[in-house]
Design a protein around this ligand. Structure first.
Ligand SMILES: [Zn+2]
Length: 283
């Protein structure tokens, strides 16, 4: 599942190509990715034709492609959704699902092998689609309020990691970056948030932002061969992660064997020495 840095990499790539480009023709090659559209796939093609793209937008892990008319196409990438921009004579990938022919003789192709994702037309959604409005601004958003987020987290008895993954509390952080941020800040994933002090919560949030900033700079972190950026390049392993995928290996800070525990249907990887579980409330 792409996290904020991967989605931002896709958004930035599309932002180079799409603004000002008109859709000459839309082709739905498989109906499933447009299943949330109220009409038929043919009606989807008809209503998209002629629209002009504005600058692609992102909040947290959510990506949408606004049109100059005020509507937007929300892209749910799911497990395997991706965009490619290609010339019409470039071989169409096997899992291409929707193809938009643009007025510069290129194509925007939505490719999705497993089809958990899809494209949704959001009427009037150019600024903020209704399906994204429950997501709080992420840490890269000018509207992000760190002090308020810290207080909100400290007001909960939930595990800190559960709050980091809650898109209504702080958006864009997924399992990989949550584990990394907690490792960097030396906080156990299951620590009740109300037992952390302001400095600890700030340290976790700052670490999450730092690691995501590095990931964006290196083009996103790919752990899934299905994830590629818009030009089809795959595999950004430049990012050195200290927690994710390191269970059973020595902690790169203290040498203790990193542990994996089940968490919310997935798992957490942490260092039992650097990240001791604290339960008593701090002052
Ligand atoms: Zn350690």
């Amino acid at each position: 599942m792409p996290e904020l840095p991967e989605v931002e990499t896709i958004r930035a790539g599309l932002d180079v190509h799409l603004p000002g480009r008109a859709i000459v023709r839309a082709q739905v090659l498989h109906p499933r990715p447009v299943r949330s559209f109220s009409g038929t796939p043919v009606q989807f093609e008809t209503t998209l034709a002629g629209r002009v793209f504005a600058s692609p937008q992102r909040r947290g892990k959510y990506l949408w492609l606004p049109f100059e008319d005020g509507d937007a196409l929300v892209a749910h990438l799911g497990m395997s959704g991706q965009f490619r921009i290609d010339t019409p004579d470039a071989e169409l990938p096997r899992h291409a699902r929707v193809v938009f022919s643009l007025d510069d003789d290129r194509q925007l192709r939505f490719i999705d092998q497993r089809m958990f994702g899809g494209l949704e037309l959001a009427s009037g959604g150019a600024v903020l689609p209704a399906s994204v409005s429950h997501i709080v601004p992420d840490m890269f958003d000018s509207e992000f309020d760190e002090a308020r987020t810290v207080e909100r987290i400290r007001g909960s008895q939930s595990a800190i990691k559960r709050l980091l993954l809650n898109q209504r509390v702080v958006s864009g952080i997924g399992n990989i970056y949550a584990d990394e941020a907690l490792w960097q800040a030396g906080v156990h994933p299951e620590t009740p948030a109300n037992s952390l002090n302001v400095g600890q919560v700030k340290a976790v949030l700052d670490a999450a932002k730092n690691v995501m900033t590095t990931a964006i700079a290196s083009g996103g972190t790919s752990f899934d061969a299905l994830y590629v950026n818009i030009n089809g390049d795959s595999g950004y392993f430049a990012l050195q992660l200290n927690a994710y995928s390191r269970a059973g290996l020595p902690c790169s800070r203290c040498g203790t064997t990193m542990q994996r525990t089940p968490f919310m249907g997935r798992s957490s990887v942490f260092c039992p020495t650097c990240q001791r579980l604290q339960s008593a409330a701090n002052s």
